[in-house]
Design a protein around this ligand. Structure first.
Ligand code: NAP
Length: 272
């Protein structure tokens, strides 16, 4: 971290003593969130991800947190497989005794095609990870938090959860769904002491966006032109830390009356 998040004059840190879990914590927004939880005083961060070694992997994030003086643990799990997600939350409880905060970042963009050309397999894959995977993470995180009657969860949706994005119908539909899921969860569990919010990032410079732009430049261009979104490097492109900052704040006491919110963090691209 470059110190931008540090609070002056010994102020209480945002994640003081919390046990936090981050899905998709090996890369991009999830990695920045795991690092920020630790920098803001979390007692431990559980990093859930698919990739078990190398660049942009869960273990690499754990190493970064540990080098900076924090405590972190990697658990390999596919968020789209209920038994694996359930086991990941169980590891957090077994190791650290409770779960105070969770940020669900795991996601994929999917390959681009218009709806008439979209393969059912690709639709099911993307919706399975981005929507059903978020549901499964949420389900088991809520179960872990209910006994304490306290806890905060943030689902990373997208600006694509609010506006259409041509050529990315599974992604766009899943992210719209994540917002409905988040609002429903917030209503269902507010009397149980939980807060559940979503963040809608704009274009953020992460491995996902770089890979999409590199692998499918024509689709990226057409989608961008059709939706009016900014090009990577050509407009308002955010950094993963800027989404992490919103996520860790939403999990903090400072956001104690914020519940069921879909917070847009995009530099003002999607204005409502
Ligand atoms: P990223 O760098 O690709 O990180 C996503 C992480 O999720 C990767 O570590 C990936 O692991 C992991 N993951 C994917 N499928 C998974 C699964 N089934 N189970 C567990 N982990 C899985 O992408 P990012 O840009 O940081 O995206 C994070 C979240 O922000 C996503 O939900 C994305 O939709 C959302 N978002 C991103 C942007 C943007 O412009 N970057 C904008 C709006 C919303 P592997 O690498 O091993 O597959």
């Amino acid at each position: 971290m470059d110190g931008w998040c540090r609070l002056p004059y010994g102020a209480r840190m945002l994640a003081d003593g919390k046990i936090a879990l981050v899905t998709g914590g090996g890369s991009g927004i999830g990695r920045a969130t795991a690092e920020l939880f630790a920098a803001e005083g979390a007692a431990a961060v559980v990093v859930v991800d698919l990739t078990e070694s190398g660049e942009n992997s869960g273990p690499e994030t754990v190493e970064l947190v540990r080098k900076a003086g924090g405590t972190a643990l990697f658990v390999r799990a596919d968020v789209a497989v209920e038994a694996e997600m359930e086991a990941a939350v169980a590891v957090a409880l077994a190791e650290f005794g409770r779960l105070d905060a969770a940020v669900n970042c795991a996601g994929v963009a999917g390959s681009g095609a218009k709806i008439a050309d979209m393969a059912l397999e690709e639709w099911n894959r993307v919706v399975g990870i981005d929507l059903t995977g978020t549901f499964l993470a949420l389900k088991h995180e809520i179960r872990a938090m209910l006994p304490e009657r306290a806890g905060t969860i943030v689902n990373i949706a997208s600006a694509a959860g609010l506006v259409p994005v041509p050529y990315l119908s599974p992604y766009c539909s899943a992210k719209h769904g994540v917002l409905g899921l988040t609002k429903t969860a917030a209503k269902e569990y507010r009397n149980a002491g939980l807060r559940i919010n979503a963040i809608c990032p704009g274009v953020i410079d992460t491995p996902m966006i770089r890979a999409s732009a590199a692998e499918r430049p024509e689709v990226a261009k057409q989608s961008r032109e059709a939706s009016g979104a900014n090009a990577l490097g050509g407009g308002f492109v955010g950094r993963p830390e800027q989404i992490a900052s919103a996520a860790v704040w939403l999990c903090s006491e400072g956001a104690s009356f914020v519940n069921g919110e879909s917070m847009v963090v995009d530099g003002g691209t999607v204005t409502r």
